[in-house]
Design a protein around this ligand. Structure first.
Ligand code: NDP
Length: 296
């Protein structure tokens, strides 16, 4: 058996198309252009690449992109003042502070200073609480993108056994909440889980968000299961620098029913969902009905 490959790149393109359609309508019918502000502190090379990519895609779907680049030694007070300014700017509907921040800045404090309605990363404590209690919130982009692909593949997820490997605040925990919201029976595994292989073998849905290259081999996967590989790991193979996931794709694809590749799976969905969250935030801010299919 060979798994169906879930094409995240193609799926992300359809999400961006939907977003662009909503942006056009917002402009034509309401005279509003959604705006996303991205704040980058310092010169972390990976963060610079992400921020550039976010800005480019924001403009491509017709939204306004506001980039704020601050020096690595920016004080907490100055960063908080900028966030406050963006919170009060009616042309900004989404605010993203690129993580990680330099060590002298308190990430929790900064994230929680963003207005929850504009917190398009979904990391603000209010959004975490709203998601946990099944209320309307801003949902973190990577888990939202993973959920969209699962819903598209399965239709209903109700009653399915799901195992999420990883319990981080940005991926594992919100992913588990979303799956629970769709009535899966959810297990969250982590570094202290006993018999991880047995736990994973029970799952109809496996979401791997660990950060360990090819840690999940094919013989841990229940035949026919759906595998969402969130991991992005850079390794050396045959003298080349390659990207691999947390799942051993080569062996897993022969057992799984469907699997996301790395690259080209979850990765492209993350920025697409950031754009989706921005358009959702814009609609909510203006008391307009939310775009369908772009929220959890
Ligand atoms: P974290 O490092 O914050 O969390 C990793 C989790 O994996 C922890 O909960 C940890 O457990 C668990 N873990 C570590 N080792 C094991 C093990 N041997 N067995 C079982 N569980 C283990 O990572 P993130 O959640 O931020 O990211 C996870 C991966 O997803 C990374 O590869 C990252 O690059 C990628 N990522 C991809 C994104 C995308 O857009 N596709 C976006 C965000 C992340 P414990 O809590 O016990 O330490």
């Amino acid at each position: 058996m060979t798994a169906q490959i879930i094409d995240g790149k193609a799926f992300a393109a359809t999400v961006r198309e939907k977003v662009a359609g909503h942006v056009t309508r917002l402009k034509e019918e309401n005279g509003i252009t959604p705006g996303l502000a991205v704040v980058l502190v310092g010169e972390d090379p990976a963060s610079q690449v992400y921020v550039r990519s976010k800005g480019k895609q924001t403009v491509e779907v017709g939204m306004n992109s506001f980039e704020h680049k601050l020096d690595a030694d920016t004080s907490e007070a100055d960063l908080l003042a900028l966030v406050d300014q963006l919170n009060n700017d009616p042309t900004v509907h989404g605010i993203l502070v690129q993580l990680p921040l330099p060590k002298h800045l308190n990430e929790d404090l900064v994230i929680n200073s963003i207005s929850p309605e504009k917190d398009v990363d979904g990391f603000h404590i209010s959004n975490v609480g709203l998601l946990g209690t099944g209320q309307k919130s801003m949902v973190p982009c990577t888990p939202l993108g993973s959920l969209m692909m699962l819903r598209d593949h399965h239709g209903s997820l109700s009653g399915l056994d799901a195992v999420v490997i990883g319990r981080s605040n940005i991926v594992g925990k919100p992913m588990a909440q979303l799956l629970l919201g769709d009535s899966c029976t959810v297990t969250i595994a982590h570094s202290r889980t006993k018999d991880l292989a047995d736990v994973v073998r029970r799952a109809d849905i496996v979401v791997a968000a660990v950060g360990r290259p090819e840690m999940v081999p094919g013989d841990w996967i229940k035949p026919g299961a759906t595998v969402i590989d969130v991991g992005i790991n850079r390794i050396e193979r045959e003298g080349k620098n390659v990207l691999v996931g947390d799942v051993d794709f080569a062996s897993a694809k022969d057992v799984a029913g469907a699997i996301t590749p790395v690259p080209g799976g979850v990765g492209p969905m993350t920025i697409a969902c950031l754009l989706a969250n921005t358009v959702t935030a814009c609609c909510r801010a203006n008391g307009l009905s939310e775009p369908e299919g772009l929220t959890a």
